[in-house]
Design a protein around this ligand. Structure first.
Ligand SMILES: Cc1cc2nc3c(=O)[nH]c(=O)nc-3n(C[C@H](O)[C@H](O)[C@H](O)COP(=O)(O)O)c2cc1C
Length: 346
């Protein structure tokens, strides 16, 4: 699997998720089997580039190559400038966001709204490719299947994007109108794959090794991209890789291993965000990590009241040590009886 000059270790990708796939989380996913990760979107609005949020998103210190940055906006010139700005800060691949359903990205309708304006969308692609090609940086595109059920134009747009020089297309199998409701469909992804010569990535509702295999088979896609199912379970990538290679399942990870990964993730997270923002934004990752564990819900509620990084980390350590005493391998179904005892210990 290649994107332009970049050879990837496998075809299992982490989806860009604003507020989630920051550098610490991308690093962890790559360590646990993801072959590729795309940053959270960076706005094309220059006035926001010096904001703490955007400058953190554009910080790729220590990140494993290739570094891929997603940009979002509506104006071709601004998007080209955003591409150049991110290349200057280490981006080796630029991804254009035509998939985000949020009402406002960059003060205007952007993201998947661009799919409704095909000439406008292609003008953006052409401007970004013109900014990236001389610097040897491939441009990729992430889109949905279309605007709504009656306007599924992914194939048309993907063909035009390929002609304009895009190196890879990712399709989330929902329309913009669906948001995250209903089920992702893969027929449109398969149609895009059949229409293009460049790599195509299938995305949407992939949450198990079996589903990854089924989607790869149904679409003929070159890779699968996983978002929500990696929240709190970043080892899903190595589980899928193992299943695709052997047809058998890896056992669940050891509880101690999960504790070590989470500790490492939290330390990295605090280092990027600092004490105040770090302790708050780490809560969601901890909550996802414990939600299916015995006592996880009670622990999450208690942990959400802590506002000091070291105290938060100690609580996580205590929770996992108690769990490891009774479960060498990570359990997944919470026996209700354990919940209070573990919450008290934490
Ligand atoms: C919290 C969250 C934030 C997201 N942010 C972005 C984003 O910044 N850019 C983007 O292209 N898609 C974004 N997405 C969409 C995902 O990349 C992905 O297409 C979608 O979640 C479907 O994949 P999944 O079913 O594996 O989660 C986001 C999704 C979630 C849940």
């Amino acid at each position: 699997m290649r994107i332009g000059p970049h050879e990837l270790p496998n075809h299992l990708f982490v989806a860009p998720m604003a507020g989630v796939t920051d550098r610490p989380f991308r690093t962890l996913c790559k360590r646990l089997g993801a072959g590729y990760a795309v940053s959270e979107m960076v706005t094309s609005r220059k006035d926001l580039w010096n904001s703490l949020k955007t400058s953190r998103r554009a910080d790729h210190t220590g990140e494993t190559a290739p570094i891929a940055v997603q940009i979002a906006g509506t104006e071709p010139g601004m998007m080209a400038e955003a591409a150049a700005y991110n290349i200057d800060r280490g981006a080796q691949i630029i991804d254009i966001n035509m998939g985000c359903p949020a009402k406002k990205v960059c003060n205007k309708w952007a993201g998947s709204a661009l799919m409704r304006d095909e000439p406008g969308a292609i003008a953006i692609v052409e401007a970004v490719v013109a900014a990236c090609a001389p610097r040897g940086v491939p441009v990729t595109l992430k889109m949905r299947t279309g605007w709504c059920d009656t306007e599924r134009n992914a194939v048309t747009l993907a063909r035009a994007a390929e002609a304009a020089g895009v190196a890879m297309v990712t399709v989330h199998g929902r329309t913009r109108e669906q948001g995250y409701k209903g089920q992702a469909e893969y027929e449109t992804v398969a149609a895009v794959k059949a229409a293009l010569g460049i790599p195509v990535v299938a995305n949407g509702d992939i949450d198990s090794p079996e589903k990854a295999l089924a989607v790869l088979q149904a679409t003929g896609a070159d890779a699968v991209m996983i978002g929500r199912a990696a929240q709190g379970r970043p080892w899903i990538f190595r589980e899928i890789a193992h299943f695709l290679a052997t047809g058998t399942h890896l056992p669940p990870p050891e509880t101690r291993e999960v504790q070590a990964w989470l500790t490492e993730h939290l330390r990295d997270h605090y280092a990027l965000y600092g004490e105040d923002a770090g302790v708050r934004s780490a809560r969601k990752h901890i909550g996802w990590a414990v939600r299916a564990l015995p006592g996880g819900e009670a622990f999450r509620a208690a942990m959400n009241t802590l506002d000091d990084c070291e105290v938060q980390l100690r609580a996580v350590t205590t929770f996992f040590e108690a769990l490891a005493d009774t479960h060498r391998l990570l359990p997944s179904t919470p026996p209700a009886a354990n919940q209070d005892a573990l919450a008290q210990k934490a």
